[in-house]
Design a protein around this ligand. Structure first.
Ligand SMILES: [Fe+2]
Length: 367
């Protein structure tokens, strides 16, 4: 990638993340949502082998997704990087090898539903273990932010610094087994074999029969969570800083997206159907609201960001401290009783259409 801008426009508004994706020779997907990451067209990926694509969703370059496919019996070339990456497997089976320079390698096997954190700047290499099926996974990363921050790919991909506090072979022989439930709705882990089966804690403040587990993975203070909404109900709308990605992993429903000021304006709301493996990324301060219209649970992974501590209290936000009771703060929840009654009416019509008779009345429980 050339670092020399040729035109004023390139110099003034050029995004190094965009230039990086161009240099990878694979597609960049934009807008606010993609309906299925498991079938999204990818392109041959020369740098690591296999196929890949990137996203720039929600008009931001803080967090992004890298979607990757490996053909049967295939493998990627090893890499390391100065950005965080958490892998989610959408199909197939395989393994990831993790190591620090000069140290023994550790292999973690995975299949659909696996969530695995890649330690910062450690080597990793992915293998497809099937002889006849491709495998597809995604990395939720802060690559866009890191590339734009340092503007030097050599620093990001060929950096000799070893983060011994994140991963050392002798300390992390049990890397994949590490799992500590620190407090209600808050766990530290590096590897979850099938996140669709992960036990969550209830979160009544956010919705009727809603549960969540916030995951701090790869020895970071990350904001990754798994959220589940029961059949026959939906969560309150909320909004916050840019860069969150919500990936549907189980169940079906829809998402409402709208801007502050459009709380009671049906015209201003965008409605997006969602099923596995769709993704939405709300824009900065854009309200988003999840509705389960299927039979059974509705489960999502949220990638929000890295580097913030105290995420469980929402005390800090990528764009500054926020209070959830402050209408003008960047983290704000719209209580059920403040929402447009048309939202619930529309939801019940959707349930009826799908033959779901269970209705769990949305009731605010504080928070
Ligand atoms: Fe959110």
């Amino acid at each position: 990638m050339s670092n020399t801008p040729q035109t004023f426009e390139e110099w003034w508004v050029g995004s190094h993340y965009r230039k990086f994706v161009e240099s990878e020779g694979v597609p960049l997907y934009e807008e606010s949502y993609l309906d299925n990451l498991a079938t999204l067209p990818l392109a041959e990926w020369e740098r690591r082998g296999g196929k890949a694509a990137y996203t720039r969703l929600g008009d931001q370059e803080v967090n992004n997704l890298q979607i990757v496919e490996i053909p049967p019996k295939g493998q990627l070339k090893p890499e390391k990087h100065m950005y965080e990456a958490v892998m989610y497997v959408m199909s197939g089976t395989g393994a990831t090898m993790i190591w620090q320079e000069g140290e023994p390698r550790q292999t973690v096997e995975w299949s659909e539903g696996t969530l695995l954190a890649i330690p910062l700047n450690a080597w990793h290499q992915e293998f497809n273990s099937s002889g006849d099926q491709p495998c597809r996974f995604l990395f939720g990363t802060n690559m866009a932010q890191v590339i734009n921050l340092y503007q030097n790919l050599d620093f990001i991909f060929n950096n000799p610094f070893v983060f011994k506090d994140r991963y050392r072979h002798e300390m992390e022989k049990d890397y994949a087994e590490k799992n500590k439930h620190w407090s209600l709705r808050l766990s530290q882990t590096n590897f979850i074999p099938d996140v669709r089966k992960l036990k969550l804690d209830t979160w009544a403040e956010r919705g009727t029969r809603t549960s969540i587990m916030r995951l701090h993975m790869g020895n970071t203070k990350s904001q990754i969570h798994v959220l589940e909404v029961s059949e026959g109900t939906y969560v309150t709308a909320h909004r916050h800083g840019p860069g969150a990605h919500v990936i549907q992993i189980e169940g079906e429903g829809y998402e409402l997206l709208f801007n502050p000021g459009d709380e009671i304006n049906a015209e201003g709301r965008r409605k997006v159907p969602i099923k596995p493996y769709g993704v939405i990324s709300p824009r900065r301060n854009e309200y988003h609201q999840h509705f389960n219209t299927g039979k059974g649970p509705f489960r999502q992974i949220g990638f929000k960001g890295w580097g913030q501590s105290m995420s469980s209290t929402k005390k800090y936000d990528p764009v500054g401290a926020a209070r959830s009771d402050d209408r003008f703060s960047s983290a704000f929840k719209l209580r059920y009783d403040k929402e447009d009654p048309a939202v619930k009416e529309e939801y019940y019509r959707e349930l009826e259409k799908n033959g779901v008779t269970l209705r769990l009345e949305p009731i605010d429980q504080g928070g």
